[in-house]
Design a protein around this ligand. Structure first.
Ligand code: ADP
Ligand code: ASP
Ligand code: MG
Length: 408
């Protein structure tokens, strides 16, 4: 008998018919003698719909109230699935984030998990009950509802699997695993059988939304084996685990794109020590993560500082940056949001040279202009115009031979 955490994403619970299929799958696992804890997302499109409603009410909705609103989507699906399971004779019970004891900090809409009490679900499991847990939500120390960032149900599932020492965390979604590129963009993308936490973390952080980046970080920290599988068809998926000998050692294992980025340039910054520290301290204080920083000396003793950040953080960051700009005596701030980031990821890059030049040549052949570049040990990212993203992904996928079978 194994203890399994099964998480079903938005598409997998997008209609009553699909919830019915989830119930069948859970029932099958229970009847096979396993202990199961289920984590659910809201129905597909529901979190976006709630977000739009909030923005129709006011241009900058309050984050605390947003969390109250957004967390409502997951309450609907857990109640429906628990009802259906009970109707089938499976003893199931729904749990909100608060009832599970997921305690987070107070960074509304992007809260971090601080501890998990888990005893209510442990007790339920011991009684033979299937807990059906609302993903994406927790509570802070004052019992106010928080959410864990978009895609946060993956984190709920991994965190519960870690806390309960589950044998495996299975993420059921609308694709049958992690691919060499988003299969909806690259038709000949190939499923990867086994992937290291490190590569998956880079892929997820760089835009492959099949797993939320923070959930991968958590899985790596606690050594939770994560399997990504299709909720619509039977068969193997992708196992994300510690790096081992039978993993493919491709130089590049995946190509990914991120459209949720904006480029900010602070123009005419006095070029003296401490300026960058002051500017970035202002945004870091609001838990906004900044990436790909470039500084150019422009005219005389003035510099321009460009960096990227999530588009969704611009509204929060701008007032802070305007204030910092005035204090620093800089001239203007320019925001460009029709940009995107394309990245190649692979542990094989550690031992191969020339990968970056191949990437730049490929983009140049496609007539794509590179605005910014950043590298780490196992990834290279380029910022380009958003309109060029899909052709960049396809060209790089082909250049690095990712569509072909491994042993071809
Ligand atoms: P869920 O609602 O189940 O959480 P998501 O929409 O969050 O599902 O994630 C699944 C989607 O991730 C797929 O439909 C696919 O378009 C996208 N995706 C992006 N990159 C990849 C990749 N490398 N491999 C698989 N899917 C990917
Ligand atoms: N419903 C949330 C979202 O759409 C959480 C999730 O699906 O993982 O981001
Ligand atoms: Mg998701």
């Amino acid at each position: 008998m194994a203890l399994l955490v099964q998480k079903f994403g938005g598409t997998s619970v997008g209609s009553l018919d699909r919830i019915h299929r989830v119930a069948e799958r859970v029932e099958e696992t229970v009847r096979a003698g396993h202990q199961v804890l289920v984590v659910l997302s809201a129905m597909s499109g529901e979190t976006d719909r709630l977000m739009r409603l909030a923005h129709e009410v006011t241009t900058r909705p309050d984050d605390r109230e947003l969390d109250v609103l957004l967390s409502s989507g997951e309450r609907v699906t857990i109640a429906l699935l628990a009802m259906e399971l009970r109707g089938r004779g499976v003893n199931a019970r729904s749990f909100t984030g608060r009832q599970v004891g997921i305690v987070t900090n107070s960074s509304h809409t992007r809260a971090r998990i601080e501890k998990i009490m888990a005893s209510p679900v442990q007790q339920a499991l011991a009684e033979g009950v299937v807990p059906v847990v609302a993903g994406f939500q927790g509570v802070n120390e004052r019992s106010e509802v928080t959410t864990l960032g978009r895609g946060g149900s993956d984190l709920t599932a991994v965190a519960l699997a870690a806390s309960l020492k589950a044998d495996r965390c299975v993420i059921f979604t609308d694709v049958d695993g992690v691919y060499t590129a988003d299969p909806n963009i690259v038709p000949d993308a190939r499923r990867i059988h086994k992937l290291s936490y490190e590569e998956m973390l880079e892929l997820a952080s760089l835009g492959a939304k099949v797993l939320q980046a923070r959930s991968v970080e958590f899985a790596a920290k606690y050594g939770v084996p994560v399997e990504v599988k299709s909720s619509f068809q039977e068969g193997e998926g992708t196992l994300v685990t510690h790096e081992d000998a039978d993993m493919e050692r491709a130089v590049v294992s995946g190509v990914t794109g991120d459209r949720n980025q904006a480029k900010v340039t602070v123009i005419g910054v006095p070029d003296r020590p401490g300026i960058a520290a002051d500017l970035f301290t202002a945004v870091a204080g609001a838990s906004i993560s900044v990436d790909m920083i470039i500084q150019n000396v422009s005219q005389g003793s003035l510099a321009d500082i460009s960096f990227t950040m999530p588009r969704s953080d611009i509204a929060r960051a701008l007032p802070l940056m305007e204030k910092a700009k005035d204090e620093l005596g800089a001239q203007t701030i320019e925001v460009k949001d029709e940009i995107a980031k394309v990245s190649i990821v692979g542990v094989g890059m550690r031992s191969h040279s020339g990968v970056a030049s191949r990437m730049f040549q490929t983009l140049s052949r496609e007539g794509i202009n590179i605005m910014m570049i950043s590298t780490s040990e196992i990834k290279i990212s380029c910022v380009l115009h958003e309109k060029d993203l899909n052709s960049a992904i396809r060209a790089l996928h082909q250049e690095f031979g990712l569509g072909q079978p491994v042993d071809a």
